[in-house]
Design a protein around this ligand. Structure first.
Ligand SMILES: Nc1nc2c(ncn2[C@@H]2O[C@H](COP(=O)(O)OP(=O)(O)OP(=O)(O)O)[C@@H](O)[C@H]2O)c(=O)[nH]1
Ligand SMILES: [Mg+2]
Length: 304
């Protein structure tokens, strides 16, 4: 039984692998002909890697190994290397600029993807690094959302700025930035609502938050972090498109990779958008946010 966050990522990815891995075992000592390559391509697509990545990998295999007899290990190794090459350029942590007091991070994403939880996890990491984060409960519509962030504040020792239920999120963000500047906080993490069923209203709210932040600091927000839930599979790609139309997304955090059978979607995201993957979520606890490592992830995905 794998333990710890490494184990959980591997375990989560191993579910993706079962789709891929079961099929890959068919490649034991098999000649890579057209039929085999076609099967392999279908496997990659079924594992959520996306049509483009699948086509690219197959083209490479065709060039380098066509007609040869390959072992399962050889296919896995080659596949891991191909996937790691797609992932490597996007494996970039969220760099907090120490010259900014504060570095403003706006956190966006669809309902339930893990925005609030991710803010809590980030707050813990910053506290552990000796930084001073400040959290803003910008999802003001639900009292439960405010309370949830307050619990994370207590857990991590990070102050939380919250308003009355129904308070104006932009006004709250403005106040929070004033306080963060006065207190020389290192990071201001702004939680937001993810009500995508009213896209126009959400876009207006996010844009208003950004507008008022810029009244105090025209370079804010310094990062716009889109949180995606890996279990939604290919739908995550559509969410990136929608949010990129609303705000200037600077990077992604992909959550729920501990329980997901769809880790392959991270590869599709990397290929489609090239946005940095700042970190990955592998559980519900404060310590369950991991740096994104291209080779480790690729290995986990192909298994073996
Ligand atoms: N297994 C697992 N669960 C997670 C992870 N991240 C978040 N969750 C859970 O997903 C659920 C939703 O997380 P939230 O942080 O409330 O998501 P949110 O985006 O803030 O949701 P809204 O505020 O409703 O928009 C919670 O039950 C979290 O504990 C993760 O990496 N792995
Ligand atoms: Mg939330």
């Amino acid at each position: 039984m794998p333990s710890g966050v490494f184990g959980r990522l591997r375990e989560g990815l191993s579910r993706s692998t079962q789709k891929l891995g079961g099929g890959l075992s068919l490649f034991a000592r098999r000649r890579l002909d057209d039929e085999a390559l076609e099967e392999l391509e279908e496997l990659l697509i079924a594992a959520d890697l996306g049509v483009d990545v699948a086509a690219k990998v197959i083209a490479d295999f065709r060039r380098s190994r066509f007609g040869r007899e390959v072992t399962e290990a050889e296919v896995r190794d080659a596949l891991a290397a191909e996937i790691a090459a797609v992932l490597a350029p996007v494996a970039r942590p969220l760099a907090i600029d120490p010259a900014l007091k504060p570095h403003v991070v706006l956190v966006v994403g669809v309902n339930g993807t893990g925005k609030t939880t991710t803010i809590g996890k980030l707050a813990l990491q910053y506290r552990d690094q000796g930084k001073r984060p400040l959290l803003v409960a910008g999802d003001t519509f639900r009292a439960a959302a405010v309370e949830q962030l307050q619990v994370w504040g207590q857990r991590t020792g990070a102050p939380v700025i919250a308003g009355a239920p129904g308070a104006d999120a932009a006004g709250l963000a403005f106040q929070a930035l004033t306080r963060a500047r006065a207190e020389q906080a290192d990071v201001l993490l702004i939680d937001t609502a993810g009500r995508l069923h009213n896209k126009a209203a959400l876009m207006e709210e996010l844009r208003k938050i950004i507008r008022v932040l810029r009244k105090q600091d025209e370079t804010a927000p310094h990062s716009v972090l889109l949180v995606l839930d890996a279990t939604t599979g290919q739908n995550a790609l559509e969410q990136v498109r929608v949010f990129r139309d609303m705000v200037e997304v600077t990077g992604l955090i992909v959550t729920k990779l501990d329980g997901s059978a769809r880790g392959g979607v991270v590869v599709a995201l990397a290929e489609a958008f090239g946005l940095p993957v700042y970190a990955v979520g592998v559980g519900e606890q404060a310590g369950d946010l991991r740096p994104f490592d291209a080779m480790e992830f690729a290995r986990g995905l192909v298994g073996g």
